[in-house]
Design a protein around this ligand. Structure first.
Ligand SMILES: [Zn+2]
Length: 306
């Protein structure tokens, strides 16, 4: 059922990033601003008043839970002020039918959710963790969307595992099943990865694009571990503090610069060299069961981040 839900979400995101540069004026937020109890973040809601008081409480609890779940694993994103555009629905077949990030002066999470969904079902839905994970990387060019979606999909599963929203077995199952879907979808969407990424919406190539990206980061994790380097989550945390603020490159260079930063932080060439191998590849990567299993084994590198 979850897999069906994931598929339908992919299908419904056909125009997902077409409006990606939509810029919000702050004044458009007639909503209240709430400071979370950690006091290092602020949350601004748009359309909160369209919900009943009890539903407002539920939604705020859900979003605070999600923010803290991501923060627990990935630290604070560069933009520590969260903006949510709330779109409650009267009818839906799942708790969060779809969502997207608007990049602009403020990166904003647009959420479409079932207003009568229980708090538990909202917390168990992966969408919020996925969208929040996008806040930890800059906007990439369309040809590099496989990298953005792969990173967010991989991190969403790490966040859910770490916060005990899914078990270790479920983590393995979700990663394995996703890679399998990506492999199948590659047969219907032939061509170079960067070209398929650019046309993901028209070609319905979501599974290939998303899961080739996940494979990229699994391969990166394997190489980091083999070279006794910090893992990806540690690097992403560090990236927010050292580099993100300074990276304002042309959109077609953002992905390369992002990966070069991860290379600098890990004192390796792992990410850039993997990128060169992946960006034009036509096949789906082969990821072994042991590579997937090793993602959940404790990882304590001898070398630490500087
Ligand atoms: Zn995404």
């Amino acid at each position: 059922m979850l897999m069906r839900a994931e598929n339908s979400k992919f299908a419904r995101t056909i125009n997902l990033y077409k409006a990606i540069l939509c810029i919000f004026a702050f004044s458009a937020y007639s909503a209240e601003t709430v400071t979370l109890h950690n006091s290092d973040t602020q949350v601004t809601y748009k359309n909160l008043s369209s919900l009943s008081v009890s539903h407002q409480t539920k939604v705020k609890t859900w979003l605070n839970f999600g923010i803290n779940a991501n923060k627990r694993v990935l630290g604070l994103p560069r933009q520590a002020h969260y903006y949510f555009d709330l779109n409650p629905r009267y009818f839906a077949t799942e708790p969060v039918p779809w969502a997207r990030i608007h990049r602009g002066v403020f990166d904003t999470v647009e959420l479409h959710f079932y207003r009568y969904a229980s708090l538990t079902s909202l917390k168990r839905d992966w969408t919020l963790y996925h969208e929040l994970s996008h806040l930890y990387h800059p906007l990439f060019d369309y040809k590099d969307f496989w990298l953005a979606e792969g990173l967010a999909t991989y991190l969403q599963n790490r966040v859910m595992l770490h916060n005990q929203l899914i078990s270790r077995d479920e983590f393995i199952h979700r990663i394995s099943a996703g890679l399998q879907r990506g492999k199948l979808n590659t047969k219907q969407n032939k061509g170079q990865l960067n070209s398929v990424s650019e046309n993901m919406w028209q070609r319905n190539a979501y599974q290939r694009v998303y899961w080739t990206g996940v494979a990229f980061f699994i391969e990166a994790e394997s190489q980091l571990k083999a070279q006794d380097k910090p893992d990806l989550v540690s690097l992403i945390r560090q990236y927010q503090m050292c580099c993100r603020e300074n990276e304002q490159y042309a959109s077609d260079q953002q992905a390369k610069q992002f990966l070069q930063s991860l290379d600098r932080l890990s004192r390796s060439g792992i990410f850039s060299s993997l990128y060169r191998r992946y960006q034009t590849r036509e096949d789906f990567p082969v990821i072994s069961k042991s590579q997937i299993a090793s993602l959940i084994t404790p990882f304590t590198p001898k070398s630490q981040l500087q």
